[in-house]
Design a binder for this molecule. Structure first.
Ligand SMILES: [Mg+2]
Ligand SMILES: [Zn+2]
Length: 164
């Protein structure tokens, strides 16, 4: 069984001005490359789980969502690290899907596909729903970045790696 860090994408890994879908706006946030590398070296799979209601709202296409992901991977090449997989929910709130965070379906799919021990895995995100996802999915922990204890991604990653 493997362990994973489930990663929110927007405003956790990359800056998001709101419904980001333009490749030329993709920018890594502070400490992300270094933090992901640290997690990868500690044996964690790096799996994005992202709410993308902009697709369901018709603001951008699934293809544009993937182009942002490919750009993210390109930026991470500089740090010699890559995201292992991407899961996303394209639905609007109120559609009653089971994937929109804090719903757990994206994590469940990843766990099955990659044979992950969810109890040894973490979530990192910038919203309360990301922390709630960790709790609901039965992860070891969930960390919200951009708060005093974890002001950037590297702080969160270092904390996880320090947990034995
Ligand atoms: Mg976010
Ligand atoms: Zn959904």
């Amino acid at each position: 069984m493997r362990k994973a860090v489930f990663l929110d994408r927007d405003n956790t890994l990359i800056y998001d001005p709101g419904y980001i879908h333009e490749v030329d706006k993709v920018k890594l946030l502070d400490g992300v490359g270094e933090g992901l590398k640290l997690l990868k070296e500690a044996g964690y799979l790096l799996i994005v789980v992202s709410n993308q209601s902009g697709i369901g709202r018709g603001y951008f296409t699934e293809r544009e969502f993937w182009e942002v992901n490919y750009r993210l991977q390109e930026l991470l090449e500089h740090f010699n690290v890559q995201i292992d997989d991407f899961f996303f929910c394209p639905h609007r709130p109120g559609e009653g899907c089971k994937c929109r965070k804090p719903g757990t379906l994206m994590v469940e799919k990843a766990v099955e596909k990659w044979k992950i021990d969810v109890k040894e895995s973490f979530v990192i995100g910038d919203k309360d729903i990301d922390v709630e996802l960790a709790f609901r999915a039965g992860c070891r922990g969930g960390i919200k970045v951009g708060v005093p204890c974890f002001e950037n991604f590297l702080k969160a990653a270092s904390f996880i790696v320090g947990e034995k």
